[in-house]
Design a protein around this ligand. Structure first.
Ligand SMILES: NC(=O)c1ccc[n+]([C@@H]2O[C@H](COP(=O)([O-])OP(=O)(O)OC[C@H]3O[C@@H](n4cnc5c(N)ncnc54)[C@H](OP(=O)(O)O)[C@@H]3O)[C@@H](O)[C@H]2O)c1
Length: 284
């Protein structure tokens, strides 16, 4: 069995840590399979898992991580803080609770999940900044090895920069051929914020698009591998989700080939603005 452990490149965060460019996503609504996680860790050499308190599977994931036998220091575990826990004290408590559920002493990457704080009578900006200060302290204490945000747009990032001292190390955002937020990507790169893309397969919608099918045929790869390859070839940390073993293996095998410049350009022109997940455009 080919393992990606040695072949999956890592990319550097602004603090020098290195994250595997491919991670395995998890989610609620049938997005978690214990056996699939074990298979990914043991047979495919996957070392990066993305989860969130919101997905309700941290405890199960913790069991799978321990059962896999993979050393903690060889794993990259990302989890996320849900807006219901925003605020200084509640954010700190939520982080420690996530650690307990996952059975880990530290989290590799802790993200504010969504820019809308949803606290009546207080501005989002104020609550985001207060929450971020808790994350900064969790980072300084070593409870989180890296901290970041998710679904933040340029104005949210600019406000955080003005209000706080540490720039997020990662912004995790929807990214696939139909959703290419180029302005946000450029801003993140300019500010040293690593860009991480979720829904790389557009939740499966990209897999039947004629252009993707044509490229799959040209390269002798699957449509999923074309989408993931395009994303990683753009330097984007990419977290496809599957609960099926054969698909997990397929989604890992994207390093033995390269898309030609002309095909990268074709895929790069497929943006139509559609969101498969949520759209933060109107969050103040
Ligand atoms: N930060 C955020 O707000 C946010 C939002 C959404 C997602 N995420 C993260 O990003 C991860 C991925 O996003 P996503 O699951 O929404 O979308 P996705 O990875 O684009 O697509 C997943 C869907 O594609 C199917 N699939 C996976 N590999 C396949 C393959 N090789 N061939 C055919 N179908 C395949 C999966 O079904 P099966 O499972 O049945 O294989 C699932 O239905 C999530 O798990 C989560 O960790 C973060």
């Amino acid at each position: 069995m080919h393992s990606i452990a040695t072949s999956c490149p890592k990319v550097s965060l602004s603090n020098g840590l290195k994250i595997p460019i491919i991670g395995l996503g998890t989610s609620h609504h049938g997005g978690y399979s214990h056996d699939a996680i074990l298979y990914a860790l043991r047979e495919c050499g996957v070392r990066h898992i993305d989860t969130a308190k919101r997905y309700g599977c941290e405890e199960q994931l913790g069991k799978a991580l321990r059962e896999s036998g993979v050393h903690r220091q060889d794993l990259w575990v990302t989890t996320k803080l849900w807006p219901g826990d925003y605020g200084y004290d509640t954010a700190k408590q939520a982080c420690h609770d996530s650690c307990s559920r996952l059975g880990v002493e530290y989290i590799d990457l802790y993200l504010m999940h969504w820019p809308d704080a949803m606290v009546p009578g207080r501005s989002n900006r104020e609550v985001r900044a207060e929450t971020w200060r808790a994350l900064e302290e969790l980072y300084e204490e070593g409870v989180c090895r890296a901290i970041g945000v998710s679904n933040f747009l340029v104005p949210h990032l600019q406000q955080l920069k003005e209000d706080c001292s540490l720039v997020p190390q990662i912004n995790q955002v929807e990214y696939h051929p139909f959703q290419q937020p180029e302005h946000l990507l450029a801003y993140c790169r300019q500010e040293g914020i690593l860009f991480e893309g979720y829904c790389p397969l557009a939740k499966g919608q990209a897999l039947s698009h004629p252009v993707i099918l044509q490229l799959a045929q040209k390269y002798g790869r699957t449509p999923s591998q074309i989408c993931i390859r395009w994303s990683v070839q753009n330097g984007v940390v990419t977290i496809p989700k599957s609960t099926k073993k054969e698909r997990i293996l397929e989604n890992c095998q994207v390093f033995g080939f390269e898309l030609e410049g002309v095909d990268m350009a074709t895929l790069g022109s497929m943006h139509d603005g559609r969101h498969m997940s949520w759209d933060p455009t109107h969050v103040e």
